[in-house]
Every structure is written in structure tokens, then in C-alpha cells.
Write a protein that binds this ligand. Structure first.
Ligand code: GLU
Length: 476
């Protein structure tokens, strides 16, 4: 049989904003589909009556697009298996419920929550798995009818054969085996008529042609039940890869406290989508190459076999590393769009490209660009404490020499420094530190060769003049 083309999916429940953990699952599925030239599908799992789910469904689509994860089939795009929101697929699930009931593979269960809770407790206390006892399993159709007629609420349970084993090869965790005796008959439709989450989830994966399900290992215990269902319905069973969850520094699942951020928070903090992609594609997955990559290259090197078994630990310093890389690799237009809200009012239009190329290596967030724009293009220079000390140590004669050199060489920093070196006999740190300190107010930063032309001769002259007298500010 010809191998089927790979089809992966992201199937979020729109109960909140996308955060690092679930966007990583989306990214893995996306990269695998792209790697194989397959299809990446988006499905909204919004069956439960949830508050605000329209808002979250819209937000998560915007977040996915922002981060570059375009889907080939799904909401907003359509496709052969529309609709892609489960809230609109009730008819599909009803058809399968009816089919299962008609074949005696599912039966109504009238046990109350209270009765079930007691049975569960008793089972656990005597060391048995807390599976359903099977009490309503053999109710006759007439008996069930009588209870329905009396208005008794019923769930629909799937009948699980005793004494069998559900086995599958998890693409990350290897061979998995579950005894049906431990599973017991399970609820596929609640007494209010709504389908169970894992029922719709499995049905949709099968009917939408999904061939590989990559999801968090918190769903592993659903998988044997889903396989039983799909087999009973004669539907294709996808491959499964259950990935370890992302944990915080304390080893517990990532939470707000341990650094879990929503995509929107990261975006507001100035993170670039490429930084998030490069970081997350390595969070629980190893590349042969540690270079910064665009999505196509991230996809080309992404393999299920390289996914880790162990939990992936979130480390903000790694995210920051990829952020700096993303800033280095961004186009000038891309960086301008990113920093414009912070610096547009400060940077003269003609100096944009030179400004970006001068400061790019020193930026992590747009606020850093603002600091440099103020230094280069505003008249009130704030001189740091350390810079002040370096200026004081150099003395007024040094700056008089620097001013003369400026008049001779203009903003050619190399020539200016060479002349000051000649005139003062200073070199290395003793030469460069006070020049940088007086001209930028800082001891560190981008290359002066790039900064001085942006500061311009007027401003540079004023800044040097201020320290010409005797190393102290001459006009206060
Ligand atoms: N809607 C489920 C969730 O958001 C999907 C689980 C799965 O990927 O199968 O957790």
C-alpha cells in the first residue's frame, strides 16, 4: 500500500489564550506536516458550553498566524471536511452515536453521579481499578424505555470487551499496552446530550483524515479508549505521539508563576515570532544544527525521532537568546515595523536604515531601540554614573583635543580617535572609554564608527564642549 500523505492537526479547546505550552504543540504539528509536504489542519474543540469561546477562538487564530503557523484546512479557510468547529458538527456525532447504539456497542446508563462516586471509592479502597461496574450493561430495551419514560437522565456508555489488550506504538514513548479490564465501559455522551470530549476528538481525527496526532502526554490515557472507539466504528486509527509537557524551573507543569506566558504577552513584550519558533522547536526536540532558522528550515530538520521523552524545561534565558538571534536576522523593514512605535518620533526618516544597522546587535526588545534613539537623536543626554567617572578621569584637556579632532575629521570616528591618540598619548581603554562616555553617556554600546555619524557633528560638538574646561560639566 502506498504510504499515506502525512496529515497533522492542532485541536485546541478555546477556553483561554494560547500560551507557550500549547503553541509548542501547534508548532510541532505544523513543522511535521511541512517537513513531509503534508497537510496541517486546525480544528476548534468547542463542544462544551464555554464562556467566551468565540473570543478565544478568534484570538488563537490570530496568534497562530502571527507566529507563522498557517493551516491548510480549518476555520477561515475551509476544506473538504468542513465545518472545523466542533460546535457545528453535532450532526456528525449524532450519526455515530446512533450507529453504535443500533449495533449494541453503546447502551444507556442510568447510574447517578452519586452512585458512581461511591462505586469508585469502594473499588479504590479494595485496590481495584476505578472502572465502571457494568451495572446498566445488561438492562433490557424495555427496562431502559421504562426509565426514559419516567424521565430518568441517562448517559451513553461504550461497551468495552473484557480481557483484551489495546496496544499501540507511540511515536515518542514506544510500545503502549492497556488492559480493557482496567478501562471498563466509558461515557461517550453525557446525560445532557453533549458528547464527551475524547469522543468528538477521535471521530474528527478519523473522519478528517488525520494520520498523526502529536499532543501532550496528559492525553495518553484517552488514547486506548479512542482506539477502541475507532476500531468499533471501522474508522482509521491515526498514529499517536505523546510529547512530554513543558515544566518550569521547579519541575512542575509550567504555570504563570514559573514563566508561562501567553503568545499575546510575549508579543506585547516585543518578542519576535521567529524567536518563539526557534525556541519552541528546540524545547523537547533536538536539531543537528543550532543555527537560527526560518520556519522552512526548522521544518526541514524536524523529526519525530528527535522528540524527547523527558519533560522539557522552560528557560527564559534561552528564549532571550533566540530573540537576539531573531533581531540579528530580521530584515531592516521588519525591524523598523517592530521598533517604530518606540522610536518613530525620534529617528529622522533619512537615518532609519543606518540607525537599525548601528544598533541592531544591541537590541533585545524595542525599548532598547528607544534608549539608543534618545542617545543618538535627542539633545538631553543622560550620562550614567560610570560614564561620568570615565569622563572625570580623562580630564578637560582630553576633551579639548577631542573637539579639535572633531573639527578636523568631522564624524569619521576612526580618524578622530587616531588624532586624539596622537595628541594625548592615550590608547586602548583610556582613549576610547572617555570618548564613548562623553558622546553617548554610556560605557558600552554599538560601534562608535557607526554611532558618531548618527549623532552628527553639531550634537557631538556640544557634548565634547561640555567637558572641555577641566573635566567637570562647564555649564550647569
Ligand atoms: N482539545 C484538546 C485540548 O486542547 C485536544 C487534545 C488533542 O490534541 O487531542 O487539550
Amino acid at each position: 500500500m502506498a504510504p499515506h500523505p502525512l496529515k497533522t492537526r492542532f485541536a485546541p479547546s478555546p477556553t483561554g489564550l494560547l500560551h507557550l505550552g500549547n503553541v509548542r504543540t501547534a508548532l510541532f504539528n505544523y513543522l511535521l506536516a511541512r517537513q513531509a509536504g503534508g497537510t496541517f489542519l486546525l480544528r476548534l474543540e468547542d463542544t462544551d458550553a464555554m464562556r467566551g469561546h468565540e473570543k478565544y477562538a478568534a484570538a488563537l487564530q490570530e496568534d497562530l498566524r502571527w507566529i507563522g503557523l498557517d493551516w491548510d484546512e480549518g476555520p477561515g479557510i475551509g476544506g473538504p471536511h468542513a465545518p472545523y468547529a466542533q460546535s457545528s458538527r453535532g450532526e456528525v456525532y449524532r450519526r455515530f452515536f446512533t450507529g453504535l447504539e443500533a449495533r449494541g456497542l453503546a447502551y444507556p446508563c442510568f447510574c447517578s453521579e452519586h452512585e458512581l462516586a461511591i462505586a469508585r471509592k469502594t473499588a479504590l479502597a479494595s485496590g481495584r481499578p476505578p472502572r465502571y461496574s457494568g451495572r446498566c450493561r445488561e438492562l433490557s430495551a424495555a427496562e431502559a424505555q421504562t426509565r426514559f419514560a419516567a424521565g430518568a437522565p441517562a448517559t451513553l456508555r461504550f461497551r468495552v470487551a473484557e480481557g483484551e489488550t489495546v496496544a499501540f506504538e507511540d511515536k515518542v514513548r514506544g510500545a503502549q499496552r492497556f488492559a480493557t479490564a482496567d478501562i471498563g465501559d466509558f461515557v461517550i455522551r453525557r446525560s445532557d446530550g453533549t458528547p464527551a470530549f475524547f469522543f468528538c476528538n477521535a471521530i474528527d481525527d478519523a473522519v478528517m483524515g488525520v494520520t498523526l496526532v502529536v499532543r501532550g502526554e496528559d492525553h495518553l490515557s484517552n488514547t486506548p479508549r479512542q482506539i477502541l472507539l475507532l476500531k468499533a466504528l471501522g474508522l482509521p486509527v491515526p498514529d499517536y505521539a505523546h510529547i512530554a509537557l513543558v515544566v518550569g524551573a521547579d519541575g512542575a507543569p509550567l504555570s504563570k508563576r514559573t514563566g508561562s506566558k501567553t503568545v499575546q504577552e510575549l508579543r506585547a513584550a516585543g518578542y519576535l515570532p521567529q524567536a518563539i519558533d526557534n525556541y519552541l522547536a528546540r524545547l523537547g526536540h533536538t536539531y543537528a544544527d543550532n543555527a537560527f532558522m526560518d520556519l522552512d528550515r526548522l521544518a526541514a530538520g524536524f523529526e519525530v525521532a528527535r522528540l524527547h521523552h523527558a519533560p522539557a524545561r522552560f528557560d527564559e534565558s534561552h528564549l532571550k537568546h533566540w530573540q537576539r538571534e531573531a533581531v540579528q536576522h530580521a530584515t531592516a523593514d521588519g525591524l523598523w515595523a517592530w521598533m517604530a512605535p518606540e522610536v518613530d518620533a525620534l529617528v529622522p526618516p533619512g537615518a532609519r536604515v543606518a540607525f537599525i544597522e548601528a544598533v541592531r546587535a544591541n537590541l533585545t526588545v524595542p525599548a532598547d531601540a528607544r534608549a539608543w534613539a534618545r542617545i543618538l537623536f535627542s539633545d538631553d543626554l543622560r550620562v550614567s554614573h560610570a560614564a561620568h567617572a570615565a569622563i572625570g578621569a580623562a580630564g578637560g584637556g582630553f576633551f579639548a583635543a577631542a573637539r579639535r579632532a572633531l573639527e578636523t575629521h568631522g564624524t569619521d570616528f576612526k580618524a578622530l580617535a587616531a588624532t586624539v591618540k596622537q595628541d594625548t598619548g592615550l590608547s586602548g581603554k583610556a582613549l576610547f572609554q572617555p570618548l564613548r562616555a562623553a558622546l553617548t553617556g554610556e560605557l558600552d554600546g554599538p560601534e562608535m564608527v557607526k554611532l558618531l555619524p548618527l549623532i552628527g557633528i553639531e550634537r557631538a560638538r556640544k557634548r565634547l564642549l561640555e567637558w572641555c574646561e577641566n573635566g567637570e560639566k562647564s555649564k550647569e
